[in-house]
Design a protein. Structure first.
Length: 61
């Protein structure tokens, strides 16, 4: 089962507004999980992707 549109929207909001990441940086993290779109993120990986985005932002800012 894949994440909902609401979860996808929340993920992008966190990435852009809270973490200040750019689209290419978010998509680079997606590739670590073998996906290219939020439509491909499985529910079990949702929190892992968000955690990884936070780690990425911390490491690069």
């Amino acid at each position: 089962m894949f994440i909902s549109q609401a979860q996808a929207g929340r993920l992008w909001a966190i990435a852009y507004k809270e973490l200040g990441l750019r689209e290419r940086e978010v998509r680079a993290v997606f590739l670590e999980f073998g996906v290219t779109s939020t439509k491909m993120i499985v529910v079990n990986d949702y929190e892992k992707v968000i955690s990884r985005l936070k780690e990425y932002a911390d490491a690069n800012f």
